[in-house]
Design a protein around this ligand. Structure first.
Ligand SMILES: [Zn+2]
Length: 530
């Protein structure tokens, strides 16, 4: 970062240069400012900002207005907006059934309690097929690991538990568990469907909440770009507590699988003694939504053609099944917090002249499978190369910012940048402590990573065994993707403002560096950058 710019950032953020997070900064005041945006976006009147809803439209208007007020220029295709079309598929359970056929007998599976049927624009309405258990259901060429090779899965439904062998590197496991990679491998092997059993070791939310979300409409991009593999005809999620019924008669039990998981032993592969019969009722429609895109133009005649993206998602789950009488899924942390940070980071940069251009991107349809960012990556609204994505999704400012957990820390030079700025602020960096949750590929940064763009994502860090660890885990158990992720929850707004300050410095550092960020030589994700 150039000294001149550095001074401006210091003034804008009222940070004491180089020192720990300044004592004389009124973090509470900055935090309240940040919180005011969360209050608007997560208010009940926005009805959970479901993709395509009126509440989302209000949120998009607010973002465009705030970006304009922060001095950013429009960078969408229609002012600040980048509109796109979606196909919508909704489950009609009155026309659904799921049966297990065994020895001429039919065992009905209770939808909601035992299993849920997935829907997609490619879903078949009637599927009857044999089933095999295929461990983690993973195909990982570079590890010479293939759960699908051990038996014939052609024309079959592949049953698997999520996760992967403990000796496989986290990013590799995460990448090959992405929906896209799974679909490619399963389609190649000729499978007609999947039954996914959530690995109890990495379960984030109880089955009851997963089941409650099954009536959420599924959305797909009307124009997904050319390389997107189509969904399989059938996708079922099975309640791990009821999974034993799938294994009856096979000579194996689900308990045996759980024991192997707990002992880190390889999982067996075997045919199941059932035929699965699914009838899937769906209704289809179309909807429009949009990304909100703004730019702080760069000042260097050459480097201004390059863009550093700072992103967050604007959509949440909208209105859904009531929990404790509340039907509005406000998404205050997920991810109104990130959009509020986008605004505050933009405001803090007002008047600064970064060498590269900085693109502020608030995307739609993240909760529908990172579709808005996928659309942006496939149809960028700026012509120059995107050199980095710094993504904020539910970074969880629930306690003071002593540790910052960074996903993708060891993958690119961005990791060195975040170490440097956090170090100056007296905040300790942590690597992803729970790689089994696949967080590096579970938000919008992954749409950029797949296009070769070095990226980072964040969570407030904690140390195991502390009250902060408890708070963090309790948040996932109680509020994640529930109506209680709302404005009544306790949030450390001063810590959020400190986070914003660190991210603003990080973004400017990357925008001002002589060299654009690069993947590390040994990074798994380097493969996407040709
Ligand atoms: Zn979410």
């Amino acid at each position: 970062m150039k000294f001149r710019n550095w001074m401006k950032v210091c003034l804008a953020l009222t940070l004491a240069g180089g020192a720990a997070l300044a004592q004389n900064t009124d973090w509470n005041a900055l935090g309240k400012q940040w919180w005011s945006h969360v209050q608007y976006l997560a208010d009940d009147s926005l009805e959970g900002r479901g993709t395509g809803s009126e509440g989302f439209e209000k949120a998009a208007t607010y973002m465009a207005e705030q970006f304009r007020a922060a001095g950013l220029e429009p960078a969408g295709v229609d002012g600040y907006r980048q509109p796109m079309d979606f196909q919508v598929v909704k489950l009609d359970e009155s026309r659904c059934s799921l049966d297990l056929l065994r020895d001429g007998k039919t065992q009905p599976v209770k939808l909601g309690d035992d299993a849920i049927l997935g829907v997609s624009s490619h879903a078949a309405e009637n599927v009857k097929a044999g089933a095999v258990f295929a461990g983690y259901g993973l195909t990982v060429p570079e590890s010479h690991y293939d759960d699908l090779a051990a038996q014939d899965v052609k024309g079959k439904i592949v049953v698997f538990v999520t996760g992967g062998p403990s000796d496989m590197p986290g990013p590799v496991k995460a990448h090959y568990q992405s929906g896209e990679e799974r679909r490619k491998a399963l389609a190649r092997a000729g499978a007609v469907g999947t039954i996914t059993i959530q690995n109890p070791k990495s379960a984030e939310i109880p089955w009851s909440r997963i089941a409650a979300s099954r009536f959420q409409p599924r959305m797909e991009l009307a124009d997904p770009g050319k390389d997107a593999p189509p969904p399989l005809p059938l996708g079922i999620s099975f309640n791990p507590a009821q999974a034993e019924m799938l294994f009856a008669g096979s000579g194996h039990t689900f308990q045996e699988i759980l024991t192997a998981l707990n002992e880190d032993k390889p999982l067996p592969h075997f045919p199941l003694a059932v035929e699965v019969h699914a009838r899937v009722g769906m209704t289809r429609s179309r909807v429009k939504s949009e990304n909100v895109v703004a730019v702080l133009p760069g000042s260097d005649p050459q480097l201004k053609k390059e863009y550093v993206v700072v992103s967050a998602h604007l959509d949440h789950l909208g209105i859904g099944e009531p929990v404790n009488g509340d039907r509005i899924y406000n998404g205050a942390m997920d991810d109104a917090s990130g959009d509020a940070s986008l605004i505050e980071i933009a405001r803090a940069m007002k008047g600064s002249k970064p060498r590269r251009s900085i693109l502020f991107l608030s995307v739609t349809a993240e909760e529908k499978g990172e579709l808005g960012s996928q659309y942006f990556a496939a149809h960028p609204t700026v012509s120059g190369p995107i050199v980095a994505d710094i993504n904020m999704d539910m970074y969880l400012p629930l306690f003071p910012l002593k540790y910052l957990e960074v996903q993708g820390l060891g993958e690119s030079t961005l990791g060195d940048d975040v170490r440097a700025v956090a170090g100056e602020a007296g905040v300790q960096i942590q690597a992803d402590k729970e790689p089994e949750h696949n967080r590096f590929i579970r938000s919008d940064q992954y749409s950029f990573i797949k296009k070769g763009v070095p990226s980072l994502a964040f969570k407030f860090g904690w140390v195991p065994g502390t009250p902060e660890a408890k708070t963090f885990k309790a948040w996932y158990a109680e509020r994640y993707h529930g109506p209680s992720d709302d404005l009544s929850q306790p949030v450390d707004v001063a810590a959020a403002a400190q986070f914003d300050a660190i991210l603003a410095k990080l973004t400017l550092r990357v925008a001002d560096a002589d060299q654009r960020p690069e993947w590390k030589a040994d990074s798994f994700f380097r493969r996407f950058a040709q």
